[in-house]
Ligand binder design. Structure first.
Ligand SMILES: Cc1cc2nc3c(=O)[nH]c(=O)nc-3n(C[C@H](O)[C@H](O)[C@H](O)COP(=O)(O)OP(=O)(O)OC[C@H]3O[C@@H](n4cnc5c(N)ncnc54)[C@H](O)[C@@H]3O)c2cc1C
Length: 218
């Protein structure tokens, strides 16, 4: 029996959660064909989703969980073209492109959100006291805990919380260097998951606090 406009996003979301948790690819059932939709008076039903698209709790593609390119291709299939051309005064040419090829004043995709978030997190370790009070240590752990719950890419947040929970990975906050290295390890866990190179955590302070020893950061 064909799925309705309401059932399809719910099923897609469920399958997406199963795929994320089990690592097993699951095939979403296609929504009704256009002919079927028209027959049912349902012309606005969502189009099939690109493979691997992560959905949000509302059953729609999650912008902060996907690359800008994937989101853009889905949007191109589903959304109306902009009604007004974007004027040069609202989007300066020098600031238009991001790595995902979206204008820089669009909501963040998973990569832009990630880069900005790591910048904040590492910058926090860089300004963390060398001798933090017990209150500072407790509040820092609380922050990490809440960050893991509120991070807008929910699949990223789930994995981050799971990593923090593993034995030996609990936040280490008894001094600046310990916290800086812990954050570097947390970041490396994501790097590994994404197939990126690991960062040398012996250099976390040069990258995020003092600037490189060759003086290029002033
Ligand atoms: C908590 C969290 C979880 C995430 N989970 C996912 C996920 O599941 N899937 C996904 O697609 N994306 C995830 N991201 C985003 C991902 O980590 C990257 O931010 C994104 O892919 C952009 O990568 P990038 O190559 O531009 O550099 P980034 O990884 O964002 O790094 C920015 C800069 O930090 C420096 N750096 C790199 N590694 C380290 C390190 N270990 N220690 C210190 N400095 C370092 C480098 O100079 C680098 O240029 C997550 C982000 C966060 C904050």
């Amino acid at each position: 029996m064909p799925l309705t406009q309401v059932q399809f996003p719910i099923l897609s979301y469920f399958l997406c959660v199963v795929e994320t948790r089990t690592g097993m690819p699951v095939q979403a059932t296609s929504p009704m064909s256009t002919a079927q939709q028209q027959q049912n008076g349902n012309e606005d039903a969502p189009k099939p989703l690109p493979k691997g698209m992560v959905l949000g709790p509302d059953g729609k593609p999650c912008r902060s969980c996907n690359s800008g390119a994937a989101f853009k291709s889905w949007a191109a299939m589903n959304m109306k073209a902009p009604t007004k051309p974007v004027s040069a005064t609202t989007v300066p040419p020098a600031a238009t492109a991001t790595s995902s090829d979206l204008p820089s004043d669009c909501p963040p995709d998973v990569e832009q959100l990630g880069r900005s978030s790591w910048t904040l997190l590492h910058a926090m370790t860089a300004t963390y006291p060398e001798r933090p009070s017990l209150t500072q240590q407790t509040e820092t752990k609380q922050f990490i805990n809440l960050f893991g719950k509120m991070y807008p890419c929910w699949v990223c947040a789930d994995d981050f919380r799971a990593w923090v929970k593993k034995e030996g990975n609990e936040p280490k906050v008894s001094n600046r260097d310990e916290f800086g290295r812990w954050m570097c390890e947390a970041h490396n866990a994501v790097n590994v998951k994404l197939g990126k190179e690991s960062f040398d955590c012996g250099k976390w302070e040069e990258r995020w606090r003092t600037g490189w020893n060759d003086g290029r950061c002033g």
